[in-house]
Design a protein around this ligand. Structure first.
Ligand code: FAD
Ligand code: SF4
Length: 568
């Protein structure tokens, strides 16, 4: 029998990147918020510059929840299951995955909000990939811009604006949509390698610029600037220069005395009353079951857990899972096409033994619809990104570019000479949702509590394969222009569990094809809001978190401003 707790205004399930941001506007508005977080608090002293611990053994994990419920994957309904991943690097702790993420903090470009209408307008409807369920977002970039701005300033994002109120600044991303003001801090500093790559881009007639990062380039809000030691690729920052929500928005919300953080609280289901309105959540903490009543529940537990929790929350009003009477929960799922990297070998040392993956240089000429696609056989594109970050174990795992065997003294000599002479580009590419790519509950595999894990049925389709081949060609040109003596392309790979997982609870005006409305609230279940990239209908060619955080702030602010109407 669950212990019935006193009620509260709002429960947020998961205090990670997005829940950790949404808590702040709610608390500042004077609402009483309880944040139920499966993990614990971690301290800066928990973070060590240790490649084995961070990158091989997937520490830091306060609580091993994400690793105990790794989704299963099959490419399509009739294909065999892929081997199950042994690690899923999402974090369970206050601050969630922002504790150890790379902190690249991109806005989407204007095209990403209007893929259907813009593609149809410029190239005709036949250019929309067959079987894709992509829709325009219910609003454009201009609606989200103030929320991007708000989050950039609350977290502290370093970067160089390329378009302030329509005025283009060549030092930033000239393809970005208009923003009202610059970033709160200048970009992270460059390195010899990123400068060499920027010069090469210029030779090709492309436009290179420093990428934005939620990492202080100078002291900001009582946190120091980055010291560039590195080893925080999948590791936390021991000086708090990384703007994780654990050191930014969550403490600010706690300071209002309106946010109560409950750690080691694993939410299992969301309850509804006899009218089908959300009434609270059930959670387990140290083996005891609790029911936390709330006027409003905001689900912010990352894409897979958002979908799983809804599908597990069955009731008379929602026999197929909460907010799923139209069968849309789990649909329009996609994970970002970030495989298909390009690796390059140079004939001299690159001095990349320090630095961090957000300290890089980007080219956006081939992203989104920034170039004419009339003669292309795909829509979308990719962001080219090279960065400074090298660690001994991964360096020694380098390709030999077919020049030596992968063992023995010749291999050792090759690695010794070339460990600092190679670089791998991280290429984020447009990925679209499709009719037959979806999430549901696995019929067999369960987590240690006995609940089914999420099952991914998804594969990269033709459009994504073509974008990948095109972008690899561009990246190869860039590396060659910088003096690379050899390059190698990786395959696109399978569409298994991802750190950039989108959809499953998509946002849109049509309740028949979307789970949440344009404000992030369920079309079907009153008083339920959903936060995270699970509401996003397109990926753009860049990381999701800043967009998910801006959307989270927007949903929370809307809730606070319309409280009476929403809970009436
Ligand atoms: C190594 C790495 C590098 C990355 N780099 C970048 C980057 O540079 N830029 C970028 O934009 N994105 C990056 N990402 C992705 C980014 O981390 C995610 O987009 C983001 O964290 C998602 O936010 P979220 O709030 O949905 O999930 P999370 O930040 O993971 O937060 C979810 C929280 O919910 C909690 N939770 C889960 N289930 C429950 C439950 N049932 N009950 C209670 N609590 C629960 C979890 O413990 C967690 O704290 C990276 C990810 C990884 C792993
Ligand atoms: S390189 Fe910067 S972000 Fe990384 S641990 Fe050092 S100070 Fe923190």
């Amino acid at each position: 029998m669950a212990i019935n707790l006193p009620g509260t205004d709002v429960v947020i399930v998961g205090l990670g990147a997005v829940g950790g941001v949404a808590a702040l506007p709610l608390a500042r508005a004077g609402l009483n918020v309880i944040g139920l977080e499966a993990g614990t608090w971690l301290a800066p002293s928990d973070f060590a510059p240790d490649e084995i611990r961070n990158n091989v053994r997937a520490w830091p994990q306060a609580v091993q929840k994400a690793n105990q419920e790794i989704p299963t994957h099959r490419p399509n309904r009739s294909a065999p299951y892929s081997p199950r991943q042994t690690i899923h690097p999402m974090m369970n702790a206050v601050g969630g995955t922002t504790l150890h993420y790379w902190a690249q903090s991109w806005r989407l470009n204007p095209w990403d909000f209007k893929v259907v209408s813009e593609t149809t307008r410029k190239y005709g409807p036949s250019r929309l990939p067959k079987g894709s369920t992509v829709e325009d977002w219910p609003f454009g970039l201009e609606e989200l811009e103030p929320y991007y701005d708000r989050v950039e300033h609350e977290l502290g994002v370093s970067g160089r604006a390329g378009n302030i109120n329509g005025k283009i600044d060549q030092r930033g991303n000239i393809f970005e949509g208009p923003r009202k003001r610059d970033y709160p801090m200048p970009p992270l500093r460059g390195t010899g390698f990123t400068e060499m790559m920027a010069d090469a881009a210029q030779k090709l007639g492309w436009h290179a610029f420093p990428g934005p990062a939620a990492i202080n380039s100078q002291p900001y809000q009582n946190r120091p600037g980055c010291a560039y030691h590195g080893y925080c690729n999948r590791g936390g920052c021991h000086v708090n220069a990384k703007g994780s929500t654990a050191v930014t928005t969550i403490p600010k919300a706690v300071d209002t005395r309106r946010l109560t953080v409950v750690t080691r609280a694993h939410v299992t289901t969301v309850e509804v009353d006899r009218n089908g309105r959300v009434s609270g959540v059930n959670y387990l903490k140290d083996g005891t079951e609790y029911f936390q009543p709330a006027d409003v529940v905001l689900l912010a537990s990352y894409t897979y857990e958002n979908v799983r929790t809804l599908l597990l929350s069955k009731s008379k009003a929602f026999p197929n899972g909460l907010s799923n009477n139209q069968g849309q929960v789990g649909r329009h799922y996609f994970s970002h096409n970030t495989g298909a990297s390009v690796t390059a070998l140079f004939s001299r040392n690159l001095n990349n033994w320090y630095g961090l993956p957000a300290q890089g240089v980007a080219v956006d000429n081939w992203a989104d619809d920034n170039f004419d696609h009339s003669a292309s056989d795909f829509i979308g594109g990719g962001n080219l990104w090279v960065y400074s970050d090298r660690r001994p174990i991964s360096a020694a795992g380098m390709s030999t570019f077919g020049r030596t065997p992968r063992w023995g003294s010749a291999w050792k000599a090759f690695v010794k000479q070339n460990a600092d002479r190679w670089n791998q580009a991280y290429l984020q590419k447009t990925t679209l949702p499709y009719e037959d790519n979806y999430l549901d509950l696995d019929p067999v595999v369960k987590d240690p509590l006995g609940f089914p894990v999420c099952r991914i049925t998804a594969e990269f389709k033709e459009n994504e394969q073509r974008v990948a081949a095109f972008i690899q060609e561009k990246m190869t040109d860039w590396f060659r222009a910088a003096g690379a003596v050899a390059t190698e392309n990786a395959p696109v790979g399978v569409m298994g569990p991802s750190t950039h997982a989108y959809g499953g609870t998509r946002m849109g005006n049509n309740p028949q094809t979307n789970v949440v409305d344009a404000w992030g609230f369920s079309h079907e279940a009153p008083r339920l809001g959903i936060l995270g990239a699970s509401v996003m209908g397109t990926s753009g060619a860049r990381n999701p978190t800043l967009t998910a955080q801006a959307l989270g702030w927007r949903t929370a602010e809307y809730l606070a401003k319309n409280w009476k109407q929403i809970v009436s």
